[in-house]
Design a protein around this ligand. Structure first.
Ligand code: DCP
Length: 644
C-alpha cells in the first residue's frame, strides 16, 4: 500500500540512476566482440530459443522485445546474438550481474546517500552535494560545462534541433533562476559526472532522472534512454503528469490503477486533479487517498534510505506448462536447491556484512486439477529462519506442506506447482559485541556451517504463519562487499585524477570557472574514442517517449520468469512475543529469541572467557529460580559442532 508522506520543507535533489539494458551490457563487457551487435540475454531454458530477459538497444531497433522468445527474435533480427544467462543449480545464476551492479553502486554512493533499489537501479540524495556546489561554484559562473551535462533533457525547456545544447547551457547559467532550479542544475552536473565515472570505471552506461523527489526522478530516468539524463524542474511537473497514464506510475500498475480507471474514470495522473482530497479519501481510505492527491501534484516525501545492501534475499524458479511439479518429491528436490542457494547467500551476507536474516518465507503458484475454486491462491508461509542449509531446507519443506494443505483444503485432487520461491527477510545488523563470537565461530566451524547456530536463537519448533503481504517482485540484489567498495571508491575518487573530474577551476571576477576544454567529456565520445560501435546507441538516444521507457522498468512481478526474485518489502520488527508467550530480549534493537536461563551452563563453560562475558552481558538474566527450560539450550546454537 502506498504511504502518503509530506515533502520536506527544504528542496531536495534526488537522482534515480538506471543501468541501460543491464544484463546485455554485462555480457558485452565480458565479450567485447558483442559490442555494437544486436544482442539479447535469454533464459537458460532453451524452449523456443529461450525467453528474452534483456534486450540491447541495437536489437530494439529491429523490434525485438523482452516479451519475445529467442526464435521469434531471430526471425525479426537474424543477426541477433542470443547469450544464455549463466546457470547454477539448474537455474539462472545472477551473481555476475549482481556483482556488476555492486561495482556501479560503489561509485554512485560516493556523492550522497544511496539506496540500491534493484539489481541495476539506485536512488541518490544529492542535496548536500548540490548545496555545496551552489555555494562554492554555482553553474552560472562556469565558463565551460561538460558536454554530457549539456546533453541533459530539461523538461519544459523548449528546444529545437541544434539549439538544444545552447538552451540547456542557458538554463544552467540562469542567474535569476530560483533556488530550487539552481539546485537541480547542480544535480545535473553532479549526475553527469557520476555517469561518466561509472562509464570510465565499469564500461557501463546508465540513464538518470534528476528531480526534487524519488517519484519524479524515477519517472524521468526512464524518459530518455540509453545513456542520457533528464531533469524535472518544478515548473514542468504539471505538464509531465497531465498526460502520464496512471498505469505508468509506480504503485498504480495493479489493482489500484485499474480501480482508478474503472471506478473514477481516471486515465492519466493529471485526471486525478479534479478530485478533492476528501473524495479520494472516501474512495480509498485516508492514507491512499492522501497519497493519490499528493502524487497528482508531484508531491512525494519518500526519503532516500541509506541502503547499499538488500532488505532481503530471495531465489525462485518457475515451472511453466508441462514442467509443472506434480509430486511432493519433485517439489522437495527444487525446494532443496533453492534453499541451498539461499543458504549460501545469507551465509555470505553474515560473513561479509555481519547481517542476519530472521524470517524464511515460501511463495508458490499452484493449480488444482478440475478446480472448483480457481481463485484460491497458494498461501505464502513464513517462519523464523535458522541458519544452515539442511535446517532451511527442512523448514521450507514444512512451509510447503502447510501451504499445500491450506491450498487443497478437504479436496483430494491432483495439483501442480508452477512457481516456487524462497526468501530470507527481516535482515538486521548483528549487534555490537558479537564480533569476538563471530570470530570464534568462524575459526572453529567449517565455513559451510559457520554460525549455523545463529538461527538457534529461534525456537526449535515454530508456528507457520501466512504472509500474504510479502509479495514477489523484480529484483532482490546481493551486494557483497559493496559497502567496502563504496568506501574504497570514495577514497580513490579523492586521489585519482579522473579525466572528467580533474578540471582546474578559474574565477570570473570573484567567481570560480572551469578552464579546461570540458567538451570532451561525453558518454558518446567515450565510445567513439574507445573504438566501439556505439552508433546505434547514439541513434537510440533520439528516442524520448515514456512508452519506450516503460520497458525499462520491471513490469508486474508475475512476469519475472525464471529469474523472478523476492521483493524487499518486509520491514524490520523491533521485538516481538514468540508463540510461547515469551518476551524476546532486545539489545541494540536486535531481538534474541532466547533467555539466559535457557542456556545450558555446561556448554557455556566450554566457551572462551571473553565469549562467556559477552553472552552474560547480552542477557542480564532476570533472577528466576528455574534456570533451565527443556528444548531450548545453547546446545542447539552450537549443534553443528560435534563434541568429541
Ligand atoms: N530482468 C529480468 N527479467 C525481467 C526484467 C528484467 O531478468 N522480466 C533483468 C534483466 C535486465 C535487468 O533485470 O537487464 C534490469 O531490468 P530493467 O527493467 O532495468 O531493463 P534493462 O536494464 O534490461 O533495460 P533498460 O535499458 O530498458 O532499463
Amino acid at each position: 500500500m502506498p504511504i502518503a508522506r509530506p515533502e520536506p520543507q527544504n528542496a531536495r535533489v534526488i537522482a534515480h540512476v538506471d543501468m541501460d539494458c543491464f544484463y546485455v551490457q554485462v555480457e558485452q563487457r565480458k565479450n567485447p566482440e558483442l559490442r555494437g551487435l544486436p544482442t539479447a540475454v535469454v533464459q537458460y531454458n532453451s524452449w523456443k530459443g529461450g525467453g528474452l530477459i534483456a534486450v540491447g538497444y541495437e536489437a530494439r531497433k529491429f523490434g525485438v522485445k523482452r516479451s519475445m522468445r529467442g526464435d521469434e527474435a531471430k526471425r525479426i533480427c537474424p543477426n541477433i546474438q542470443l547469450i544464455q544467462v549463466p546457470v547454477a543449480r539448474g537455474k539462472a545464476d545472477l551473481n555476475l550481474y549482481r556483482n556488476a551492479g555492486s561495482e556501479v553502486v560503489s561509485i554512485l554512493a560516493t556523492k550522497g546517500r544511496c539506496e540500491r533499489a534493484s539489481i541495476d537501479e539506485v536512488y541518490l540524495d544529492l542535496t548536500d552535494a548540490a548545496e555545496m556546489m551552489l555555494s562554492e561554484t554555482p553553474p552560472e559562473v562556469l565558463e565551460e560545462i561538460d558536454e554530457e551535462v549539456l546533453k541533459s533533457h530539461v523538461l519544459g525547456l523548449h528546444v529545437e534541433g541544434n539549439e538544444r545544447e545552447e538552451n540547456v547551457r542557458e538554463w544552467l547559467h540562469r542567474s535569476d533562476a530560483d533556488h530550487q532550479d539552481k539546485l537541480l542544475a547542480c544535480g545535473a552536473i553532479i549526475v553527469a559526472q557520476l555517469r561518466m565515472k561509472v562509464l570510465y570505471e565499469t564500461k557501463f552506461t546508465c540513464s538518470a532522472g534528476i528531480a526534487h523527489n524519488k517519484m519524479l526522478a524515477k519517472l524521468a530516468s526512464a524518459m530518455h534512454k540509453p545513456a542520457q539524463q533528464t531533469v524535472v524542474p518544478s515548473s514542468s511537473v504539471k505538464d509531465l503528469l497531465a498526460s502520464l497514464p496512471v498505469k505508468k506510475m509506480k504503485q498504480l500498475g495493479g489493482k489500484l490503477g485499474s480501480s482508478l480507471q474503472i471506478d473514477l474514470g481516471v486515465n492519466t495522473v493529471g485526471d486525478l486533479l479534479q478530485f478533492s482530497q476528501e473524495k479520494l479519501q472516501e474512495h480509498y481510505g485516508v492514507n491512499t487517498g492522501t497519497w493519490l492527491w499528493n502524487i497528482s501534484r508531484g508531491i512525494s516525501g519518500d526519503a532516500v534510505v541509506d541502503r547499499l545492501l538488500p532488505k532481503s534475499h530471495g531465489c525462485g524458479k518457475t515451472f511453466p506448462g508441462p514442467q509443472a511439479l506434480k509430486t511432493i518429491a519433485s517439489v522437495e528436490n527444487w525446494v532443496n536447491q533453492l534453499c541451498d542457494e539461499l543458504s549460501e547467500r545469507i551465509q555470505s551476507d553474515l560473513d561479509q556484512n555481519r547481517r542476519i536474516a530472521h524470517t524464511l518465507t515460501l511463495h508458490a503458484r499452484a493449480f488444482k486439477e478440475n478446480d472448483m475454486e480457481p481463485h484460491r491462491k497458494f498461501p505464502s508461509k513464513s517462519c523464523p529462519l535458522r541458519y544452515g542449509t539442511s535446517k532451511i531446507q527442512e523448514a521450507a519443506v514444512k512451509l510447503f506442506d502447510s501451504g499445500l494443505r491450506d491450498f487443497l483444503g478437504s479436496q483430494h485432487i491432483g495439483w501442480g506447482i508452477t512457481s516456487l520461491s524462497i526468501a530470507a527477510s527481516k535482515i538486521s545488523d548483528l549487534p555490537q559485541g558479537t564480533c569476538s563470537i563471530l570470530k570464534f565461530l568462524q575459526g572453529k566451524i567449517p565455513s559451510s556451517t559457520s554460525l549455523s547456530g545463529a538461527g538457534e536463537f529461534h525456537k526449535e519448533s515454530f508456528p507457520l504463519s501466512s504472509t500474504d503481504d510479502v509479495q514477489s517482485k523484480g529484483c532482490t540484489v546481493m551486494d557483497q562487499e559493496v559497502k567496502q567498495k563504496a568506501l574504497a571508491s570514495e577514497a580513490a575518487s579523492n586521489d585519482i585524477d579522473i579525466k572528467f573530474q580533474a578540471k582546474p577551476l578559474k574565477r570570473i571576477g570573484s567567481m570560480v570557472v572551469k578552464t579546461k576544454d570540458v567538451g570532451k567529456s561525453s558518454i558518446l565520445k567515450f565510445f567513439q574514442s574507445s573504438n566501439s560501435s556505439f552508433h546505434t546507441m547514439n541513434q537510440a538516444c533520439e528516442r524520448s517517449s515514456l512508452d519506450q521507457a516503460s520497458s525499462s522498468s520491471f513490469p508486474e512481478c508475475e512476469e519475472h520468469s525464471d529469474l523472478e526474485q523476492i521483493d524487499e518489502q518486509v520491514g524490520f520488527s523491533e521485538g516481538h512475543i514468540d508463540s510461547d508467550g515469551h518476551h524476546n530480549q532486545t539489545r541494540n534493537g536486535y531481538t534474541w529469541g532466547i533467555n539466559m536461563e535457557n542456556i545450558d551452563p555446561s556448554v557455556l563453560d566450554e566457551l572462551p572467557m571473553e565469549i562467556q562475558r559477552e553472552i552474560q552481558e547480552w542477557f542480564h538474566p532476570p533472577k528466576r529460580a528455574n534456570t533451565t527450560r527443556r528444548g531450548s539450550s545453547i546446545v542447539h546454537y552450537f549443534s553443528p559442532v560435534k563434541k568429541g
